[in-house]
Design a protein around this ligand. Structure first.
Ligand SMILES: Nc1nc2c(ncn2[C@@H]2O[C@H](COP(=O)(O)OP(=O)(O)OP(=O)(O)O)[C@@H](O)[C@H]2O)c(=O)[nH]1
Ligand SMILES: [Mg+2]
Length: 294
């Protein structure tokens, strides 16, 4: 019998390229929230795949961007920290967007580093196959394997997964077999509420949203009671998050509750409050409260 293998595989790239979607695909369930808004992921989130022969711990990281707030500083640092522990790096690009300066910068940093790397060209389902060849040619110079994939449909993902597994070294099983992520339930609940807010709110508001779980307790009748605060940056934003007659908050709460019930396998009673904390993305205290600090 060959020895058990394990390792950490970091997914990195610009915001919105599909890192979280790809990790969820590999894990086979949703461990990281996904949205069409850039900078959805704010922490390093682990997703775990275990078989009898190996364990791959995926590290989904915040999209790499220029920091404009303390929250951004935290996100960029979370990505950097993940890089130091990685045994394999997937640099992800979005085939529907031109390769930009940030992509080039990320490629230069990781494609020639000592840690084995692959370049993943995502959203293959959105482009003509003919358009992929020139991109492959352009990237060939990096001398690392290239994988056109669709994280949404799974196309091409098996070949990438095999490549990642082929780089695993002999090592311990870091997490128990049944574990798919290492997030506590409170974190998961806050993230799902934030995801629904990102999906339903427009323009600049989503970036200024934070979610804090005030209370999470099981009641005698078996229901899970969750009280959460949606934090926004302006009074005018508060009105939009609540919506006419509370309609927006009801939509966000309804969608979050439904998904939480399925995930936690319990009846959930979710109460949402909206609070204004001006400029919270630069407030050390609020960032700490929301878990965006060491
Ligand atoms: N059509 C298509 N859409 C995709 C694919 N992968 C991701 N998406 C969509 O792209 C958007 C961004 O996906 P995420 O997985 O949140 O991207 P991310 O790289 O984690 O983004 P950040 O967390 O902001 O850095 C979402 O709307 C996804 O549904 C894909 O293969 N095909
Ligand atoms: Mg993400």
């Amino acid at each position: 019998m060959s020895a058990f293998k394990s390792g950490f595989c970091m997914l990195c790239g610009r915001p919105n390229v599909g890192k979280s979607t790809l990790m969820n695909h590999f894990v086979g369930q949703k461990v990281a929230i996904v949205s069409p808004r850039a900078q959805t992921t704010r922490n390093c989130i682990r997703g775990i795949v275990t078989t009898k022969d190996y364990q791959v711990v995926f590290l989904d990281t915040p999209g790499i961007h220029k920091p404009k707030s303390k929250l951004n500083d935290y996100m960029v640092k979370a990505q950097k920290d993940a890089a130091t522990g990685a045994d394999f790096v997937c640099v992800m690009l979005d085939l529907t967007e031109p390769i930009g300066q940030t992509d080039e910068h990320i490629l230069r940093e990781y494609a020639s580093a000592a840690t084995p790397c692959a370049i993943v060209l995502n959203k293959l389902d959105c482009v003509e196959k003919d358009a992929v060849l020139p991109v492959l040619e352009r990237l060939a110079g990096y001398g690392v394997p290239l994988f056109p994939v669709s994280a949404a449909t799974g196309e091409g993902c098996d070949a990438l997964f095999d490549e990642i597994v082929s780089h695993l070294d002999e090592g311990p099983q870091y997490f128990p077999e049944e574990m798919v992520g290492d997030f506590p339930e409170r974190f998961l609940a806050a993230e799902l509420i934030r995801e629904k807010a990102l999906l339903n709110l427009r323009e600049e508001i989503p970036h200024g949203i934070g979610v804090h779980i005030e209370k999470m307790q099981e009641r005698d009748n078996g229901t899970l009671y969750i009280a959460a605060e949606i934090i926004c940056e302006r009074t005018s934003h508060k009105g939009i998050v609540i919506g006419k007659g509370g309609a927006m908050l009801k939509t966000i709460g309804g969608q979050a509750r439904q998904e939480l019930e399925a995930l936690l396998d319990a009846k959930v009673y979710l109460e949402l409050f909206v609070k204004v904390r001006e400029n919270w993305r630069n407030s050390g205290n609020v960032l700490k409260e929301l878990g965006y600090s060491e």
